[in-house]
Design a protein around this ligand. Sequence first.
Ligand SMILES: [Zn+2]
Length: 159
Amino acid sequence: MMKPEYQKQIIKDYPEFFEYLTEGLKIHTNDNTIETVKELIEQEHLVLPIQFGFECGDGWYWLLKQTFKIVSDYCKWNKKPFPQITQIKEKYGSLNIYHYGSDEMVDGMIWMAEHLSNHICEDCGTNVNVGKTEGWIYTICENCYNKKETAKNLNWNKI
Ligand SMILES: [Zn+2]
């Protein structure tokens, strides 16, 4: 699971990708009912709008941030619809960004980010000496592989 601070930062910087949640979203807090993600963010009562949070390591934070930046700029400059992001997760060692509502250009940018994740350590974010484990697939660098408790019985191969 990505660090909550990182998740929060991305949602704060790019609320346009989570707009679909404002329809019908009612989150009850102690004192009132907040109806939009924007309000939620402003009041700092943020509950991650995506059901399970960002299910990937901190090492992909930079990749996500840069991808969202370029996608957001493209949509703004060209007046294209923002992708609505429903899930962000690691699957078989790759980043997966589930989304809908975007044009082919945005789909391509997201596709490229997913591809690049195969060359970036999911734990520390380096692209040096990155490999994959066998069986349960982690995309991690050799240093992180040696430190990772859950990977110690898996073979690691440099990409
Ligand atoms: Zn690493």
